[in-house]
Design a protein around this ligand. Structure first.
Ligand code: HEC
Ligand code: HEC
Length: 267
């Protein structure tokens, strides 16, 4: 009973988050990622903290849920003062250890009064590298505490990040419809927040039915209708009204065809 209660709460939290998140999309799209250029040879603590601040406000997408100063509309705790309270959150963890864990394993400790909706910062969609995570940790420590700035380690992480070949932007035109649909499912479509498929790395995606083999139980017309008009035929065992009826306007007709092709291919 308690588990069901928690699941219902979780679903309610996710729905609420979605209703709110969708209104935020145009706003976050108008923020171009700030470019961060750093030289590992001359790296200073001030540069690390500034890189962390920029990462948090752009690529990290942290302000989708958090605010710096307390804001009743924010879905997560305000960051101001986190550098001080982090040392007292969990016995046995220092402040930098706690913040690092909050970012990479958010479900290891869920701050009281908040839903467990935070995605790991080092996985998609933010997908921060190890240097970026560490820089954000130092920036957050500076809010009410002091950054540790382990410069030797940070320099090594920066060199490692530079060695990693930058991921080429996916050339959608060269992909098959099903592969394009997979990219949309995992990206712009936001479907990855609620549905498991073999390509979805998000373990929290249990709000909607598992779609791993949806192509063998549903035909393309049914899948299309489930996306365009989610409440027309609600899947048994799931509450109505959770899947947002926004995809007819969020996706172009071509994108919708691609997502249907992707899901139909999952057998
Ligand atoms: C989808 C919403 C969401 C996003 C995006 C998100 N968070 Fe969170 N975060 C939360 C929520 C909700 C909590 C409180 C519940 C918990 O502990 O998981 C939280 C907790 C935290 C905490 C612990 C705060 C404390 O007072 O103990 C830290 C630190 C944190 N987030 C950092 C980040 C950073 C850095 C990013 C960006 C890389 C980020 N979060 C992105 C929702 C989010
Ligand atoms: C906020 C959570 C949420 C999001 C986001 C979401 N869904 Fe759903 N989806 C659900 C829930 C809950 C159900 C089951 C209830 C219903 O049918 O409305 C469902 C049902 C479905 C079904 C029917 C599955 C079946 O076997 O009957 C399909 C197909 C589907 N969703 C595809 C998608 C696609 C594609 C996207 C992205 C464009 C998406 N969903 C986004 C929550 C979500």
């Amino acid at each position: 009973m308690q588990v069901i209660g928690r699941l219902v709460l979780f679903v309610a939290a996710v729905t609420f988050f979605y209703a709110w998140f969708v209104t935020k999309i145009p706003q976050s799209e108008s923020l171009p990622p700030e470019e961060i250029k750093l030289d590992p040879e001359t790296l200073t603590c001030a540069q690390v903290v500034e890189a962390g601040r920029k990462t948090l406000t752009s690529k990290g997408q942290c302000l989708v849920c958090h605010s710096i100063e307390p804001d009743p509309k924010a879905r997560g705790p305000a960051f101001s003062g986190v550098g001080a309270r982090a040392a007292k959150r969990r016995p046995g963890l220092t402040a930098p250890e706690y913040i690092y864990q909050s970012m990479t394993q958010p479900q290891a400790f869920v701050v009281e009064g908040y839903p467990p909706i935070m995605p790991p910062a080092n996985k998609p969609p933010a997908d921060l590298n190890e240097f970026e995570v560490s820089a954000v940790v130092d920036y957050l420590l500076s809010l009410g505490g002091s950054p540790t700035c382990e410069l030797d380690r940070l320099k090594e992480l920066l060199r490692a990040a530079a060695r990693e070949a930058p991921k080429p932007a996916v050339d959608m035109a060269s992909l098959s419809p099903a592969d394009r649909g997979r990219e949309i499912f995992l990206g712009k479509g936001t479907c990855m927040a609620c549905h498991i498929t073999p390509h979805n790395p998000n373990p929290q995606a249990i709000v909607g039915p598992d779609l791993s083999k949806v192509g063998s139980r549903r035909d393309a017309d049914f899948i299309r209708k489930s996306i365009l008009d989610p409440n027309a035929d609600v899947t048994e065992g799931y509450p109505p009204g959770v899947m947002p009826p926004i995809f007819a306007s969020l996706l172009t007709p071509e994108e919708l065809n691609d997502v249907v092709a992707y899901l139909s291919s999952l057998r």
